[in-house]
Design a binder for this molecule. Structure first.
Ligand SMILES: [Mg+2]
Length: 165
């Protein structure tokens, strides 16, 4: 089931090889919020995350925050940071990704999707022809719905992708 398979796996978002990916021709990145770049539901864009976003912009990436959470949550994460975002993205369905592509003016083949869930971030990236990079979650504890998805995800890793992550 290639649809579940991320193109790359990293331990945490700051391990993203920004320079290499830029050289490879990617010009846009969609970034998930909860448990990818912030603590689920409560974390704001801390210094480390802000530096990461700035490093991406300096390298020439267009950055779009792509979250299934609501706009209140995304705005709380961003605080006063100016960034494009799509909330209630309904990942893995294509609509939010398409909204992100319209915002960035980029193409799927030049767009990276960074997220901590196979069932939403990565599946949707593959459906849309984007380059999905899976990052291990920031903390073990997930929201209730995500905790349920995580059981399915563990099954997918073990029995479909045959990888230990
Ligand atoms: Mg997430």
């Amino acid at each position: 089931m290639a649809l579940f398979r991320p193109k790359e796996i990293i331990n945490t978002y700051t391990d993203l090889d920004i320079e290499r990916l830029r050289k490879e021709g990617f010009d846009t990145i969609f970034i998930d919020v909860d448990n990818t770049i912030a603590i689920p539901n409560t974390g704001t864009c801390d210094e480390r995350a802000e530096k990461f976003l700035n490093d991406l912009k300096e390298a020439g990436f267009k950055v779009v925050i792509l979250s299934n959470n609501n706009s209140k949550r995304v705005k709380m994460f961003l605080r006063d940071i100016d960034a494009d975002y799509v909330s209630l993205a309904l990942k893995p369905l294509p609509f939010g990704y398409i909204r992100g592509l319209i915002k960035s003016g980029s193409k799927p083949s030049k767009t990276i999707v960074l997220g901590d869930q196979l069932l939403t971030d990565i599946l949707g990236a593959n459906i849309c022809g984007c380059y999905g990079i899976y990052t291990k979650r920031l903390q073990k504890k997930d929201s209730k719905l995500t905790a349920f998805n995580r059981r399915i995800e563990d099954f997918v890793w073990r029995n479909i992708l045959h990888e230990k992550v």
